[in-house]
Write a protein that binds this ligand. Structure first.
Ligand code: DAH
Length: 344
């Protein structure tokens, strides 16, 4: 075949291909035409077989012609393909109707965890009274957790606060009380702080969790005594449980306070008639407190001859359980939305 003949046949093929593409009504028909003209075994490629029939100097010309035709066909194919897609989209959009009566999609909002909520409630009460928020580490030195709080190395009161020792010799703090001495070492008195945080103990039943939360309170000023402690804790209990809530102080023991007390509130469930929750006593224990032991003030570089202080420690889970009538502490940590949503 001469190159002229090849050229005119290729022109015919080009015209035929363009027409087939343009005639294609949908994607299937277009794909079919594409295979026929542009596929590996398609008509355009077939012309390459004529190569060997041509004189060597004509061969590059044939290659160029075939490429030119292929490029043109590919362009037509792409145009038609785009047109078919646009038409399909337009038709689809046209038949869609907007239903204004359908409900909107409401994003699900997260909510505060009941313990977080309780912590904030307690913080707010003390912030209003001029206390500030202090913090300390959860991995704590034996010194701050025990020693500086008047628990010597072999003191039996340590047994009640068994915890995990860490490899670097520190431990998981068993209470928030270590923040007391840490704060005394950082600030000059007068001091009014509360210290919320996570604490750990070897304890596990329906009212005790190995990981739980406390809020420590510490007030250091000149001339403080037990009546100041009583007054503030009464206000605290009334803000939390209602303005008629009565409190009482019972003698107790903590190594870091002298005297030490346990604070009870009048049973909020039975109005002191006696029930299962107050064990028929009419009173429910909520926290431990006392006057800061002079030894502890000294560890904090504060002169007990000039300054005196009172302190308390309250369990956040315990308060939340009382406020909401929750009987199993583990509910707080199971992430069950049926439980959590009740506080949203
Ligand atoms: N740290 C004590 C505990 O976890 C609670 C406590 C009692 C804290 C008396 C105090 C306090 O600050 O004065 O059992």
């Amino acid at each position: 075949m001469s190159s002229d003949l090849v050229w005119s046949k290729l022109q015919e093929l080009l015209a035929e291909g363009v027409q087939s593409f343009k005639d294609a009504k949908d994607e299937d028909a277009l794909t079919h035409a594409q295979k026929r003209f542009l596929g590996r075994k398609g008509s355009v490629q077939a012309y390459m077989q004529h190569m060997k029939e041509l004189a060597p100097e004509e061969r590059p010309k044939l290659g160029a012609l075939v490429n030119e035709v292929r490029t043109k066909l590919e362009k037509t194919f792409a145009d038609v393909e785009q047109k078919i897609r646009d038409a399909k989209l337009a038709a689809d959009l046209k038949q869609r109707k907007v239903d204004l009566t359908l409900p909107g999609r409401t994003p699900t909002l997260g909510a505060e965890h009941p313990l977080q909520k309780t912590q904030r409630q307690i913080e707010d009460i003390f912030l209003q009274m001029g206390f500030e928020i202090a913090q300390g580490p959860q991995s704590e030195w034996d010194y701050f957790n025990f020693e500086a709080l008047n628990f010597p190395a072999d003191h039996p009161a340590r047994d009640m606060q068994d915890t995990l020792m860490l490899e670097n010799g520190s431990l998981l703090r068993t209470h928030t009380s270590p923040v007391q001495v840490r704060t005394m070492l950082c600030y000059e008195p007068p001091i009014r702080i509360i210290a919320p945080g996570t604490v750990y103990r070897r304890d596990d039943d329906v009212t005790h969790s190995p990981m739980f939360h406390q809020i420590e309170g510490l007030h250091i000023e000149k001339g403080l005594n037990l009546t100041h402690l009583r007054g503030i804790l009464e206000l605290f209990a009334q803000s939390l449980f209602g303005k008629n809530t009565k409190i009482r102080l019972r003698p107790s023991f903590f190594p870091f306070t002298e005297p030490s007390v346990e604070v009870d509130i009048a049973c909020i469930f039975c109005g002191q008639k006696g029930c299962r929750l107050c064990k028929q006593t009419g009173w429910i224990e909520i926290l431990g407190a006392g006057m800061v032991d002079p030894n502890v003030l000294r560890e904090g570089h504060i002169d007990p001859e000039i300054w005196s202080g009172w302190a308390f420690g309250v369990g956040i889970e315990r308060v939340a359980m009382l406020l909401h009538g929750i009987s199993d502490i583990r509910l707080f940590f199971e992430s069950d939305l049926r439980f959590l949503k009740q506080f949203a």
